[in-house]
Design a protein around this ligand. Structure first.
Ligand SMILES: NC(=O)c1ccc[n+]([C@@H]2O[C@H](COP(=O)([O-])OP(=O)(O)OC[C@H]3O[C@@H](n4cnc5c(N)ncnc54)[C@H](OP(=O)(O)O)[C@@H]3O)[C@@H](O)[C@H]2O)c1
Length: 336
């Protein structure tokens, strides 16, 4: 059996570009596209098979924002595969983004422009909501649904004599100041995206601490600034077209404007080819593109620490426990 790779949010943007690159690298792969919308998943599969006719590409229905869906999908994966070599946790949302237009224009014509685009610090907030599971939507989609998936897939990820990689698509927008251990779901604040991405950086560290001995290695990446459905949700597309010449110009001076999903997937792809034991749990791997258009990956130290990571991990385990109890009660209520 060839290596098994599962990618969440595989039907568009960076996730789809990654799938394309993985198949070009290894035609023996068993690639599983985990998506919430099966129509979009089928179109992605067809697109991949157009360029890789003999590839083994399967679909899995997974809504990471819905806990029953996560449990069902994990069950399905365990039935279909007897190994899982790479788990790319890439699905993510930034709902109802609100851009501070004044701050944006001030930043656009300041020396801070590159940092502004890279981190969105001080210019971007979001409006979150609570899902039917009673959990904040951004938190569950970007972090907790994926955490539950990892927990469920541990039997496949932690197998004797074999190592596996869990790879999170984080962001440079992940900031300590947006995250609080007293409010891990970010119910109170207006930067749930930043908070969830910072939490994924912490969780990756904790996963390494708890699971390296069992062969599971976790890493986080930042794809840079990429034009995808997510970024087109922040500003209308005509506006992006308007400022695109400025962005291509800035790209000469910075390497974080990766712009295309292919370039943005660079660090995800690079990790696919690394020995997991050689990776550093304290760094984030950044997709970068030079002014001449060459892609490369660079490691940058993260602003995280073991104690905070451990406290978050414990809170996630407690939340998982509560969620499982509730789902069990609901299930037995239905059966009764
Ligand atoms: N673009 C950037 O500049 C940038 C920068 C930093 C980090 N990122 C991160 O990169 C990752 C990929 O985003 P992208 O830029 O490629 O945007 P995208 O094209 O919108 O891709 C997001 C993917 O996530 C899926 N998704 C969203 N909610 C889901 C759910 N509840 N269950 C299952 N799948 C779900 C989407 O599926 P649907 O088609 O069904 O919505 C889509 O396939 C995200 O984690 C994002 O935070 C992006």
């Amino acid at each position: 059996m060839g290596k098994v790779v599962l990618v969440t949010g595989a039907n568009s943007g960076i996730g789809l570009a990654l799938c394309e690159r993985l198949l070009a690298q290894d035609s023996q792969l068993q690639l599983c596209l985990a998506c919430r919308n099966m129509q979009r998943a089928e179109s992605a599969r067809r697109a991949l098979l157009t360029s890789h006719a003999n590839a083994q590409v399967s679909l899995l229905q997974l809504d990471v924002g819905n806990l029953c869906s996560v449990l069902r999908a994990a069950q399905e994966v365990k039935q279909r595969f007897n190994r899982l070599d790479y788990l790319y946790l890439n699905a993510g949302i930034m709902p109802n983004p609100q851009l501070d237009i004044k701050a944006f224009f001030r930043g656009l014509f300041s020396s801070n422009v590159i940092r502004m685009f890279a981190t969105a610090e001080g210019i971007l907030t979001q409006q979150d909501k609570v899902t039917s599971d009673g959990i904040q939507e951004v938190f569950v989609t970007n972090l907790f649904g994926h955490f539950l998936l990892v927990r469920e897939l541990e039997p496949l990820l932690c197998q004797a004599g074999r190592s596996s990689q869990v790879i999170w698509t984080s962001s440079s927008n992940a900031r300590r100041s947006a995250f609080s251990l007293d409010d891990i779901q970010h119910r109170e604040g207006r930067e749930p995206y930043s908070s969830s991405k910072y939490a994924s950086d912490l969780l990756s560290l904790a996963l390494n601490r708890h699971h390296n001995k069992q062969g599971l290695y976790s890493s986080v990446i930042c794809p840079g600034l990429v034009m995808t459905n997510l970024t087109y949700g922040i500003l209308p597309s005509f506006f992006w077209s308007l400022i695109m010449p400025i962005m291509w110009l800035i790209r000469i001076f910075t390497n974080t404007f990766t712009l295309t999903p292919y370039n943005g997937a660079e660090a995800l792809f690079w990790l696919f080819m690394q020995k997991p034991e050689s990776l550093d749990p304290m760094v984030k791997y950044h997709s970068l593109t030079s002014g001449l258009g060459n892609n490369y990956t660079a490691a940058r130290k993260m602003d995280i620490d073991e104690n905070t990571a451990e406290s978050l991990y414990e809170q996630l385990l407690e939340l998982e426990d509560r969620v499982r109890k509730r789902l069990k009660e609901e299930d037995s209520g239905i059966k009764a």
